[in-house]
Write a protein that binds this ligand. Structure first.
Ligand code: PLP
Length: 412
């Protein structure tokens, strides 16, 4: 998943696409370094959402009138765009969800719950987001299954040999992140998915932090389930995708019941629509998916390989610059990383640091990043995290470093 020789993007050309980047915060130009939390939205996405509401607001699938047809075609068009974005074989392999959290819960309750029995296990890794831990704990509790955890090393890399050794016959599903939201580690997902497949174990890849940064191809990854969330990849909140192998979607029972997911309802029983619609009960987030379709088109237009190359160069620059700050330690030094830098500074609380940086116009996140077990592994309650995107610049990294140096003097 190295970006190869793609030509980096020119930030001067992409930054004007993002209206929010030109605003001031506390009287200073905004430096937005919190894209792993949520990404900024380009004008084309904002316009697409606005266009839906102002020109063809209607419900999908139910209306025969012109507006309904336009809304349906835009909504289903987004499914097509996302199919290409993920490298899926067919649009029916994509269930549109409210985000990664819902997508993983859907797999937990619809795929895992009916299959798990006492003595079975689910394998995850130490670096998972709570969204890829808690749903498995909930279904494990209900079925008598156990959650197992594959370890990482101090650099924040999955110990792949251990992961593979832990794929014992009791393991029925393995869930692992493609890119860690805290460490930036890029996991060797092809290798992990292959090891699962060879043992007849289903694999779910959390692609929340990969979709904004890397070219994706679910077919070549070879997993069973791949999940993404729209708001981290330039799209609106409340949107996401579960990609699944068609045989799984066929076999899985519906998770939510309601309108739009049925073929025929009677008081004697209900027959369900074909996948993916049997998993999409109720009126969906139409505006959100119109926006997400525009986001995927925008990112693909820039070129995910060029986005990856741009961010890789910026990551190298930022890593080098931050390492010059006295007392600063980067948490997560994997050989293959996306542009996420968690760090600690001697004698400075992450929360105080983030609060003071905000006064300098610099937005970073501090906290446990929804990864308590990972914080426990490093023996810290929280870290500060600067997460970069292709729209960030070296000057912004310099502003971050200068602001850290300034506020550390005040905080120590
Ligand atoms: N998984 C990872 C790796 C994440 O970074 C996040 C969001 O921070 C999630 C899952 C949760 O995604 P959502 O915002 O769609 O619930």
């Amino acid at each position: 998943m190295k970006p190869g020789n793609a030509k980096p993007l020119d930030p001067a050309q992409v930054r004007p696409d993002f209206p929010v980047l030109s605003r001031q915060v506390h009287g200073k130009p905004l430096v937005y370094l919190d894209s792993a939390n949520t990404g900024q939205k380009p004008r084309v996405v904002i316009d697409a959402v606005e266009g839906y509401f102002s020109r063809f607001n209607a419900n999908v699938a139910r209306a025969v009138h012109q507006l309904g047809e336009e809304a349906t075609s835009a909504y289903e068009g987004a499914r097509d765009t996302l199919t290409a974005f993920l490298g899926a074989r067919h649009r029916d392999e994509l269930v549109l969800t409210s985000g990664t959290t819902m997508a993983i819960n859907l797999v937990a309750y619809s795929y895992a719950l009916p299959r798990l029995k006492p003595g079975d296990s689910i394998l995850v890794t130490t670096m998972e987001h709570h969204a890829n831990i808690v749903p498995w704990q909930l279904v494990a509790e209900r079925t008598g299954a156990t959650l197992k955890v594959a370890p990482i090393n101090e650099s924040g890399e999955l110990i792949v040999d251990r992961f593979i050794e832990m794929l014992t016959p009791d393991v029925k599903l393995a869930g692992f992140t493609h890119v860690s939201n805290v460490l930036g580690t890029i996991n060797p997902v092809r290798q992990l998915a292959r090891a699962c497949r060879e043992r007849g174990i289903a694999s779910l890849v959390d692609g929340s932090q990969a979709a904004p940064h890397l070219p994706l191809d679910v077919q070549s990854i070879g997993c069973d389930f791949y999940v993404i969330t729209g708001h981290k990849m330039a799209g609106p909140t409340g949107t996401g995708v579960l990609w699944a192998r068609p045989e799984h979607l066929e076999a899985m029972p519906p998770f939510f019941g309601g309108g739009d997911m049925i073929r025929k309802v009677s008081f004697d029983g209900t027959t369900f629509a074909d996948p993916p619609h049997k998993f999409e009960a109720g009126t969906p987030n139409i505006a959100g998916f119109v926006g997400l379709g525009a986001a995927a088109t925008y990112l693909s237009g820039l070129g995910m390989d060029r986005i990856a190359a741009t961010e890789q160069a910026l990551l190298d620059y930022a890593t080098e610059a931050l390492q010059q700050v006295p007392g600063l330690r980067i948490v997560g030094q994997a050989a293959h990383k996306a542009a996420v830098i968690s760090f600690l500074i001697d004698g400075v609380q992450s929360h105080d640091l983030a609060t003071m940086l905000d006064l300098e116009g610099v937005a970073v996140r501090s906290g446990h990043h929804c990864a308590h077990p990972l914080m426990d592994f490093y023996g810290v309650p929280s870290t500060a995290r600067a997460s970069l995107a292709f729209y960030n610049t070296r000057e912004e990294v310099d502003r971050l470093v200068a602001a850290i140096l300034k506020v550390c003097k005040l905080l120590r």
